[in-house]
Design a binder for this molecule. Structure first.
Ligand code: GLU
Length: 508
């Protein structure tokens, strides 16, 4: 495949949710696979739905995921501008061309007239009102009105929209890379508005014009756009661009974890769908929702997980770096049926990435989060903590949450275990153990283990008598990494203090 060009074309109407990131990812992967170009185009022609900050959010989210565009706002490229609002003046000529060639028309109907027609149709038993071939001659437009009236209206500056004139009695066929041939009856299609009263194009016109001018070769997008594709095929034909029409691929829906129905934005928010928190979506913020990044996901785990939402390599392999995905990805392995969003699987991927990462790399990622919490430690110490905890955590943040005691004093002791395991008469023995440990010149795990074992033998105590007490002294709990490794990392002084603190608490 030569010079393939793919675009991700979000509307800046809110946060980038998992479905959007998956669409971006698949476009990115196919572009990378064939040495092509991945473009970000901001479709911001709908001023009413525009959310300030959303574009930056999208850019940041793609960057975090590691799927950065080659061309786009802020990235440059020779096909710009890449924001549709900055291309505003470009679209009118195509609407005009369509009108002149009889494929589009001016419509002067006011919102009140449209409402009245909708009501009249309903009363006549037509409950699914559409501005289409059956209705258009009953409306006020350049097809139903006298030419002179139309000219007079246009000259007077009357409000109008431009609508596509969908031909009647045709079967419009879309060749979809995932679904095969999909056909639509043109009589079922409405005469879509392509240019609005404010001179702005609607999605349909802007999308087609830009895909053409930006020489897009493949359109990969969500299934919800499949019905619009019939209109798009017509637009390509009417504009004379049919021979360079892109390939279409419509991705399967993402389903709720139960598999019952489409994943809603709200389910999504609860499960950690957006990449970051959504400061402007107050309803979601109320649920104190955080994003994938704040959850402590590794971006590579997120892209690996997302790649599998609707695609599989056809083998048992599940762990794929972005680079490996770029090589393995192909549209013919994308499924037609909906993909169940399984958050546990996302967590599983994350665990795999954390376990596979070197301690140093983990430390590098965690240090800034740790600093935000006021934990200031050396990289070497942090790498040590990561080494001890990485097999036991799901998220980066677990290293700081579960392992807080590596960074500050123990906050509370596991009283239940203490009440079972602590024998007050052993307090002097543990004082001896403390000073034996403190006397060690070398505080390696092997050395402390040696001391503890000799202590147990000398006092006829078993592991169960000593280790839980030591663990609780060090970390407050009986869970966690190996006790001697923890001791080595925390160091003699700190261990001495912690054992002493516990002894003061249980045997004051
Ligand atoms: N602006 C559309 C969206 O928000 C783009 C759909 C497409 O890729 O054609 O998803």
């Amino acid at each position: 495949m030569q010079n393939i060009r793919l675009r991700f074309a979000p509307s800046p109407t809110g946060a980038l949710h998992i479905g959007g990131v998956r669409t971006a990812l698949y476009n990115y992967l196919l572009a990378r696979k064939h040495g092509g170009t991945f473009i970000l185009r901001i479709e911001d022609t709908d001023q009413n739905r525009y959310v300030p900050g959303a574009e930056q959010y999208i850019v940041d989210a793609l960057k975090w995921c590691g799927i950065e565009p080659d061309e786009g706002p802020g990235y440059g490229g020779t096909y710009g501008p890449y924001r549709q609002s900055e291309r505003k003046d470009l679209y009118g000529q195509y609407a005009l061309q369509l009108i002149e060639n009889g494929h589009a028309y001016y419509a002067f109907d006011t919102p009140e007239e449209l409402d009245a027609r909708r009501l009249a149709e309903k009363e006549a038993g037509n409950h699914t009102f559409k501005y289409d071939g059956k209705i258009r001659m009953k409306m006020r437009n350049s097809l139903s009105m006298e030419k002179s009236d139309v000219s007079a209206l246009l000259a007077s500056g009357a409000d109008y929209t431009v609508r596509l004139k969908v031909p009647s009695g045709e079967t419009v066929t879309v060749q979809d890379q995932i679904r095969g041939e999909v056909s639509f009856q043109s009589d079922e299609l409405d005469d879509k508005v392509i240019l609005k009263g404010d001179g702005m194009p609607t999605y349909h016109l802007a999308n087609i014009v830009d895909d053409h001018l930006m020489e897009i070769t493949h359109v990969i997008r969500g299934e919800e756009w499949l019905p619009s594709t019939a209109h798009h095929v017509l637009l390509y034909r009417f504009l004379g661009w049919e021979s360079s029409m892109p390939e279409f691929a419509h991705l399967p829906l993402i389903l709720k974890p139960s598999g019952n129905g489409k994943l809603s934005k709200r389910d999504g928010a609860k499960l950690g769908i957006p990449v970051f928190p959504l400061s402007w979506e107050s309803d979601v913020v109320e649920d104190s929702f955080i994003g994938f990044r704040e959850f402590g996901f590794d971006p590579a785990a997120v892209t690996n997980f997302l790649a599998f939402l609707g695609w599989n390599p056809g083998t048992e392999q599940e762990i794929f770096s972005l680079e490996a995905l770029s090589q393995a990805f192909s549209l013919d392995k994308v499924s037609k049926s909906g993909a169940r969003f399984d958050f546990d699987k996302a967590k599983w991927f994350n665990q795999q990435y954390i376990q596979a990462a070197s301690n140093e790399k983990l430390a590098e990622v965690i240090q800034p989060i740790a600093a935000e919490r006021g934990y200031v430690v050396s990289n070497q110490f942090m790498a040590g903590v990561c080494g001890l905890l990485k097999e036991r955590v799901t998220f980066y943040t677990d290293i700081l949450n579960d392992g807080y005691y590596f960074f500050e004093s123990v906050k509370e002791y596991d009283e239940k275990t203490l009440s079972k395991k602590w024998k007050p008469e052993r307090a002097p023995l543990f004082e001896t153990l403390r000073s034996d440990l403190n006397a060690l010149p070398d505080y390696s795990a092997a050395a402390t283990e040696g001391v503890v074992k000799s202590f147990m033998a000398a006092n006829e105590l078993g592991f169960g008598d000593v280790l839980p007490i030591l663990r609780i002294a060090l970390s407050g709990t009986t869970k966690g990494p190996g006790v001697f490794e923890m001791m080595e990392l925390l160091g003699k002084e700190e261990i001495d203090k912690r054992i002493s603190d516990l002894l003061h608490q249980v045997a004051p």
